[in-house]
Ligand binder design. Structure first.
Ligand SMILES: NC(=O)c1ccc[n+]([C@@H]2O[C@H](COP(=O)([O-])OP(=O)(O)OC[C@H]3O[C@@H](n4cnc5c(N)ncnc54)[C@H](OP(=O)(O)O)[C@@H]3O)[C@@H](O)[C@H]2O)c1
Length: 291
């Protein structure tokens, strides 16, 4: 990251697999300063100490089960806790106008609605797959589909044997990037199952320890294009979440996702944004005085 002032981040779910990965990535990057982490109330984790919970040392980082005591100190909250915690975090980010990066998946419609409500007051970035590579894939897929009219599309995703849901949320997001919010999906095929024009075949392979692989196959009569993404581990998602946080703090309130990262124009460096806001406030005050 190219920044002269470290960005102050808080991490919700800091004791979890993703929270620890984000803490490790941020602690090793001078562009970020971790103000602290949020743990589940009542688990006693708070007493365990930062290093034993977050797995990495970060000077002055606080551990708390009280999100309201930490969120106002941060410039962005990165939430990789669990669905039941998302509403409270979203409400607090809205109240204190703190940008929120939410990577939690499996949200109910009510939890989704809380993120949308928060986005009216503060920038909120949501991605079912936070990796930079999948973000790039989501951005280019609509162009690829346009360039390959009439090609049949199939999506093959491979994950470790412990994954519960199928197809993956990422595979669904890829299908939506290709064919809009309600793609015509067929989940595997069995028996007599001829291909319908325009359908997207979804195939889930499960086994071993694969951290996640997605391939989109565009098949024509004479040739085929395959585009693949392979995660090497959780670091891919941690790096993407930090990148999203750095981008988000220069944005206006609103709901953002991976496709927005392709447009660099609205990003204002923080000092420039603050200067612009200070100028706007000064203008408004001058108008009030002269009215
Ligand atoms: N978008 C992406 O790219 C991406 C990538 C990977 C994972 N994810 C999602 O990210 C979430 C976390 O994944 P994970 O693998 O890290 O899960 P995990 O290891 O179970 O971590 C979740 C952590 O959140 C904590 N937590 C629960 N309730 C909390 C609360 N009220 N306040 C603060 N912390 C709380 C849990 O604490 P306890 O242990 O005390 O319950 C746990 O430490 C899941 O929804 C997962 O699907 C998204």
């Amino acid at each position: 990251m190219n920044s002269t002032i470290a960005i102050r981040i808080a991490i919700a779910g800091v004791g979890g697999r993703m929270g620890r990965e984000i803490a490790a990535a941020a602690a090793g990057d001078p562009a970020f300063h971790i103000v602290g982490g949020i743990v589940r109330p009542g688990r006693g984790t708070e007493e365990a100490g930062w290093v034993s919970v977050a797995g990495t040392s970060a000077p002055h980082a606080r551990l708390t089960a009280d999100p309201a005591s930490l969120i106002p100190d941060a410039e962005a909250l990165i939430d990789f806790s669990l669905p039941e915690a998302v509403v409270a975090h979203a409400r607090l980010c809205a109240e204190y106008e703190i940008p929120l990066v939410c990577g939690v998946t499996g949200l109910t419609p009510e939890q989704d609605a809380a993120l949308r409500a928060a986005a009216a007051r503060t920038p909120v970035y949501v991605a079912r797959n936070m990796s930079v590579g999948v973000g790039a894939l989501l951005a280019i897929l609509p162009d690829l589909a346009r360039l390959l009219p009439g090609y049949d599309i199939e999506i093959v995703e491979t994950h470790h044997r412990r994954k519960q849901d199928a197809p993956s949320g990422t595979a669904l997001a890829l299908a939506e990037a290709l064919a809009g919010p309600e793609p015509d999906l067929i989940f595997g095929r069995q028996g007599i199952a001829p291909r319908r024009a325009g359908e997207i075949g979804m195939h889930a392979v499960r086994g071993g320890g694969n951290p996640g692989e997605h391939t989109i196959v565009f098949s024509g009569e004479g040739d085929e294009v395959r585009v693949s993404h392979r995660a090497f581990g959780r670091r891919a998602y941690a790096d993407g979440a930090l990148r999203a946080a750095a981008w988000l703090i220069g944005q206006r309130p609103g709901l953002y996702g991976p496709a927005d990262l392709r447009d660099p124009s609205p990003v204002l460096p923080r000092p420039a944004l603050r200067a612009a806001e200070a100028l706007a406030a000064a203008d408004a005050a001058a108008r009030t005085r002269s009215a």
